[in-house]
Design a binder for this molecule. Structure first.
Ligand code: AMP
Ligand code: MG
Length: 313
């Protein structure tokens, strides 16, 4: 085995076996999901979870999403009421995270929930993450595999660049299909719900299952992914740009071509998948500033604009 860190392995049986072995021993592994790359560790170990916070430089008041392979695992972590079961049936496996009351006796390190009485749970759809969860045989805490506050990773190279030697192993599963973090929805004990973070699953899709949300569009800052500054590319960002100054790197969309384009065809799903790769390119470009073309505020455009606003602070 060569000494280069991080090691990047293929998602074949040898690579996955090695990743599972490292995680079971309390280590960290970066792994692809359908949203972005996650930095995974066993959720039941305080030391392993401390490793995630350390590697990311993440503030310890920012709780982690726990990923499960099965409904049984979800039910052992969270109090899944009838609404949660309905959502799980409709959207799992997939890019929906549900915040629920922590189940009594749940085997999670307190740092996972940052001491909250609630827990964020998701069953991912990506075959590599699913295989890893099966092999580990336990729920895995996994935030995005980047330094805290920086642009999220949608390929193995982004992870290596952001975390460097802080992550010993990356399972390379190619580019993430959705490219944006999961939708986070909180279910309240009084029967209401709200959206903590917009994502690939739209508010209207959730409302179709549960009825309208209690506090549309603004649940207050309960999820630090909602903090004003996040996904920062390290230089000023100007939004809704229909023209460009000579010192701006332009991220285009549709008819606005730019230095790179989120989607020349104006397709929002493609734009979501390309967003972080474009921000990484903009960040590395010689221009000191970034301008981004207008993105329609419909469907997944809501989540794209949410991330762009936070990148622009
Ligand atoms: P990340 O893992 O970086 O995608 O961020 C996960 C997001 O889930 C953060 O914004 C967390 O604050 C949010 N989250 C995790 N657990 C909870 C919880 N119990 N209540 C509210 N938000 C949560
Ligand atoms: Mg993140």
């Amino acid at each position: 085995m060569t000494g280069k860190i991080p090691q990047i392995v293929a998602p074949d049986s040898a690579g996955l076996a090695r990743a599972a072995e490292m995680i079971r021993a309390g280590g960290l592994v970066a792994v692809p999901t359908e949203t972005v790359y996650g930095l995974a560790a066993r959720a039941d170990s305080a030391e392993a979870v401390a490793g995630i916070y350390r590697a990311k430089g993440r503030p310890d008041f920012n709780p982690l999403i726990v990923h499960v392979a099965s409904l049984e695992q979800a039910r052992a972590l969270a109090r899944m009421d009838a609404r949660a079961e309905k959502l799980a049936e409709q959207f799992w496996p997939g890019p929906l995270t549900i915040v629920l009351p922590l189940a009594p006796g749940a085997a999670v390190a307190p740092a996972v929930t940052a001491g909250l009485p609630t827990i964020a749970v998701r069953m991912p759809a990506h075959p590599v993450m699913r295989s890893l969860l099966e092999l580990c045989g336990m729920p895995l805490a996994a935030p995005s595999a980047n330094r805290s506050g920086a642009v999220s990773p949608t390929c193995a190279e982004h992870v290596a660049r952001s975390l460097g030697a802080a992550v010993p192993l990356i399972v390379d599963g190619g580019t993430c299909a959705k490219g944006l973090e999961s939708t986070i929805q909180a279910l309240r004990d009084d029967g209401s719900w709200n959206l903590l973070r917009p994502g690939p699953i739209a508010e209207s899709e959730l409302a179709a299952v549960l009825g309208p949300c209690a506090i549309p569009g603004d649940g207050g800052i309960e999820a630090p992914g909602q903090l004003a500054s996040h996904y920062a590319p390290g230089k000023p960002v100007r939004l809704d740009a229909t023209d460009a100054a000579p010192d701006e790197f332009v991220i285009g969309f549709g008819a606005i071509t730019g230095d790179v384009s989120l989607s020349p065809a104006g397709d929002l799903a493609e734009a979501a998948a390309q967003l972080y790769a474009c921000l990484h390119k903009a960040s590395a470009a010689r221009q000191p500033r970034i301008a981004v073309a207008p993105i329609p505020q419909t469907g997944i455009g809501v989540a794209i604009n949410d991330r762009l606003r936070r990148a622009a602070v």
